[in-house]
Design a protein around this ligand. Structure first.
Ligand SMILES: NC(=O)c1ccc[n+]([C@@H]2O[C@H](COP(=O)([O-])OP(=O)(O)OC[C@H]3O[C@@H](n4cnc5c(N)ncnc54)[C@H](O)[C@@H]3O)[C@@H](O)[C@H]2O)c1
Length: 434
């Protein structure tokens, strides 16, 4: 089966490499010539555990290639996946579909024989039908179907999520498209991954509904964490007590600095917009977004209070910048809201992150200093702020770090450590909801 993946970003590259691993012949096309050249030379432009090996192995086997030349590959494709970005459109919160429609137009010009064009990007309801219209308009004789196959992988565990998904959602309009997509995903039958076949619209909404629901769990527990702080309860105990109820589930009930990343912030915004455009409302998701935004501001206050009411002229060692561990993705990371506020209030920031510093440099104020190791960040600091729970921050040498610091404040925004232990090491410890 010949598969073309349009867009070689987090989703396109991982999905393309995984389809190649399934046995398909895959070409990833991207308009970013630098990215494609790097990939052709075996350089992986993102940090995702296991991806380098997977890409190299499938390149060697001849089943995975990279190109900028649409005309060379679209004609022979059985399936063309659109996996380009759908960021928030400036000003109105709507998903910006300009990359999707540009891809559709580029595809249309080169179609030959029956082809399925599949939206893998997260796109608002109605987009697959619009892609169909765009392609038909550009190439009225083309023989094609459109389909929606939203992607649920998580950065940091993307390959495992793709290879062992909780479910695969296929929005289709024809039996022919369903049969070919089922054939592509057939290797997953071995592990009995559920394949859910729906209409186009249901598949599109499923992706947003799932992400908005997960974001709701996070904002919900962050609100509960505030109540815990005011009343002396422990949000860990509360979350456990809630999560053991199978109807609720344990996952995504971790209080912290708020959700970030390339998906939840934009997908919740787009969901609100989509509901509005459809003449309905999305009041729960609106509240989720507001709570998340307030949570980031609250973290600034928490850090300031931990430092006695002012961060001016205080040196703060920040451990972790990415929105979660095991990725270099800085998109919408809480650190991008929290650190500029601290800098504005006069703090000196020394930051460390295992993989996020290159991206962070592009986004954070110039005055933020970056260190190659944890010790250099912590040396002479007044406070340590644990922002992202990378594994290397879970087992810190607390005695050594404490002795290197000028101050004794430790603000644990991920609730990694226990208060008693931290107090035993002489830290003034604060965390979220405990
Ligand atoms: N990142 C995630 O964890 C994740 C998970 C599930 C779904 N998604 C969704 O998948 C989509 C892609 O996300 P991403 O994180 O991979 O984005 P990304 O920004 O990492 O990659 C998008 C790629 O598309 C390329 N591109 C743009 N226009 C193009 C065109 N016309 N032709 C060819 N290439 C083009 C860009 O150069 C870029 O390399 C989004 O809709 C996102 O919401 C992302």
């Amino acid at each position: 089966m010949n598969v073309v993946m349009i867009g070689a970003g987090y989703v396109g590259l991982v999905s393309g490499a995984c389809f190649a691993e399934f046995g398909a012949n895959v070409t990833c096309l991207d308009v970013d010539a630098g990215k494609i050249e790097a990939l052709q030379n075996g350089k992986i432009p993102i940090y995702e555990p296991g991806l380098e090996d997977l890409v190299h192995r499938n390149m060697r086997s001849g089943r995975l290639q990279f190109s900028t030349q649409f005309q060379d590959w679209i004609g022979d494709a059985d399936l063309v996946f659109i996996a380009v970005g759908t960021p928030t459109r400036r000003g109105d919160g709507h998903a910006d579909l300009k990359y999707v429609y540009a891809a559709a137009t580029q595809i249309a010009a080169h179609l030959k024989g029956y082809t399925i064009i599949v939206d893998k990007s997260t796109v608002p309801v109605g987009t697959a039908r619009e892609v169909k219209r765009v392609i038909h308009q550009a190439n009225p004789t083309a023989d094609f179907d459109v389909a929606s196959n939203p992607e649920f992988l998580r950065e940091g565990s993307a390959i495992n999520d793709f290879m062992r998904p909780d479910r695969v959602v296929l929005g289709v309009e024809s039996e022919r498209a369903e049969a070919l997509l089922r054939e592509l995903y057939r290797p997953l039958n071995l592990i009995e991954a559920p394949i859910l076949v729906t209409d186009l619209e249901s598949a599109e909404i499923t992706k947003y509904a799932a992400n908005a629901f997960l974001a709701t769990k996070i904002s919900f527990i962050n609100e509960v964490a505030q109540l815990c702080e005011k009343t002396g309860a422990d949000v860990h105990a509360v979350a456990r007590g809630m999560g053991l109820d199978a109807r609720i589930g344990k996952k995504f009930l971790h209080a912290g600095p708020g959700y970030g990343g390339s998906c939840f912030p934009k997908d919740t915004q787009a969901m609100i917009r989509m509901a509005h455009d459809a003449g309905t409302s999305s009041r729960i998701v609106e509240a989720v977004v507001a709570v998340n935004s307030a949570q980031k501001s609250r973290m600034v206050v928490k850090i300031r209070e931990a430092l006695g009411g002012s961060v001016a002229n205080k040196t703060i060692a920040v451990l972790g910048l990415t929105f979660k561990p095991e990725t270099d993705d800085m998109r919408e990371a809480p650190s991008l809201a929290i650190l500029p506020a601290l800098v504005e209030q006069g703090a000196r920031i020394k930051a460390h992150d295992p993989h996020g510093m290159d991206e962070a440099r592009k986004e954070l104020p110039d005055s933020v200093e970056y260190t190659d190791n944890i010790d250099d960040a912590v040396q002479d600091a007044d406070a340590i702020v644990l922002m992202t729970e990378w594994n290397q921050y879970r087992g810190l040498d607390l005695e050594k770090l404490k002795s290197m610091m000028r101050g004794d404040v430790f603000v644990d925004l991920r609730n990694v450590y226990e208060r008693k232990l931290m107090q035993a090491y002489g830290f003034q410890y604060s965390c979220v909801g405990r």
